[in-house]
Design a protein around this ligand. Structure first.
Ligand SMILES: [Zn+2]
Length: 109
């Protein structure tokens, strides 16, 4: 107490960002094409997506599709999925993370 603490150095901020990302990370992604669940995937840097807290992506070990999951405000997630689909084409299987932390594949139709 009484000692002024300098908070938010660059290293601390990076550490906080990592911790936040780790907390957001789902246990697994689910392939929208073949429903295979897998746990090997990466956090994707997507700073330009408003309302999106995190994006995770990996390749389905069963069918090879790229699987991408967005975490954030529901409306922002919907917008991001549409934008991403336009940008990346239909080969990427998109999804979002439900409130209980489960990955929900997005079924386009
Ligand atoms: Zn698959």
């Amino acid at each position: 107490m009484g000692e002024a603490k300098r908070r938010g150095s660059q290293a601390e901020r990076a550490e906080q960002a990592r911790a936040k990302l780790a907390a957001l990370r789902p246990a697994q992604l689910v392939c929208g094409a073949c429903k295979t669940a897998f746990g090997t995937f990466d956090a994707i840097d997507a700073p330009n997506l408003r309302g999106i807290d995190a994006v995770f992506g990996g390749q389905c070990p069963n069918c090879g599709n790229d699987v991408l999951v967005f975490k954030g405000e529901p409306n922002a997630v919907a917008d991001a999925m549409v934008a991403w689909e336009k940008m990346m084409g239909a080969d990427t299987k998109l999804g979002y993370q439900s409130r209980d932390g489960k990955h929900v594949p997005f079924e386009g139709e």
